[in-house]
Write a protein that binds this ligand. Structure first.
Ligand code: HPA
Ligand code: ZN
Length: 319
């Protein structure tokens, strides 16, 4: 029995497995520039975040209809459930779809067709978190929040993702203020490739309750002290960090040092179709490579429910 856990850092577009990509391409008459699934998998050799993002955005071309988004999310939920995920807070990137002529309604309604029945079908409760692309403009983020207004009953929070360096959190002050005024929860990617100062800025300027990645906090002891003191959860993604070369090998991952420092760490999969594994695979990998004890793994699983946007009664039922 895999350890029951919550997944808090998962881009639904990053769950697009090569087999599904080809199936959707055929269904929608989209030509992919790869001969077959093996040739596509061959392209999964990333140098850094940007080289991954290029492929991630390219493959989204196959996602066109509500049914495509439903199939994508349903496939993820089935895999996640099999690895012990009981609750999933799912990122999506509307701007990447709006730019291709796929509207907000198609994306949200499509995802909801899978998420709405997930508790019954898979035993996985869900939340949706809408991310702004930080390499797009602040105005585009505001327009995206505006386009999401009819769907706010289905969207729990906002996040910030895509190319980090050169796009500091402060660029998105206005849209985060607007999101807070609408009652949305706030998270942001910070300190993946970007400096520790971006983590501080995400807390102080954007008011985030949780930091996605946050790995580079370890370069700033005063920031680590603050994150510990304020019990700010970090959503780490160990296999992602290896594939995007944020760390050299899994054995070099700072997770044990982060736990020893008292940080509220969680383990997640980020873009599992691209990075070699789902939530349970990430748990298994850190168990093996870092020698984490069963107690440490249970602590990580418990942290995932503490850090989730669940009501207290839901949280207790889940863990
Ligand atoms: N970092 C930033 N943006 C992303 C990622 C990531 O790991 N995955 C999908 N978009
Ligand atoms: Zn991410």
């Amino acid at each position: 029995m895999p350890l029951p856990k919550a997944e808090l850092h998962l881009h639904i577009e990053g769950t697009l497995e090569p087999e599904l990509a080809f199936r959707l391409a055929a269904r929608n008459g989209v030509q992919l520039p790869y001969a077959d699934t093996d040739a596509l998998r061959e392209a999964y050799r990333f140098e850094d975040l940007q080289s991954f993002l290029n492929l991630y955005y390219e493959l989204m071309a196959v996602l066109r209809t509500e049914r495509d988004f439903e199939d994508l999310a349903d496939a993820y939920l089935a895999r996640a459930a099999a690895q012990g995920v009981r609750h999933a807070e799912i990122f999506f990137d509307p701007q990447a779809h709006l730019a291709r002529g796929v509207d907000m309604s198609t994306v949200v309604e499509g995802l909801w067709r899978a998420l709405g029945g997930s508790e019954e079908r898979h035993g996985v409760s869900t939340r949706l978190i809408m991310c702004f692309l930080r390499d797009e403009s602040a105005e585009s983020a505001l327009a995206t929040l505006d386009a999401a207004k009819p769907y706010l009953d289905r969207i729990t929070g906002v996040g910030l993702d895509s190319a980090e360096v050169g796009h500091p959190p402060v660029k998105f002050r206005a849209v985060y203020e607007a999101a807070a005024a609408l009652g949305l929860r706030r998270v942001a990617h910070a300190g993946e490739e970007g400096p520790p100062a971006y983590i501080t800025e995400a807390l102080d300027v954007l008011g985030v309750e949780r930091v996605d990645h946050g790995l580079r906090c370890m370069e700033d002891p005063a920031l680590v002290d603050r994150l510990v003191r304020e019990r700010i959860p970090l959503t780490l993604c160990p296999l992602s960090n290896v594939r995007l070369r944020t760390v050299d090998t899994l054995a070099d991952h700072p997770l044990p040092a982060m736990l020893d420092a008292g940080l509220l760490c969680t383990v997640n999969s980020d873009d599992p179709a691209y990075f070699g594994g789902y939530a349970g695979d990430n748990f298994d990998a850190v168990h093996r490579a870092l020698g984490l004890t069963e107690d440490r793994l249970r602590e990580l699983a418990r942290n995932s429910f503490l850090a989730a946007f669940l009501e207290d009664d839901e949280e207790l039922r889940q863990r």
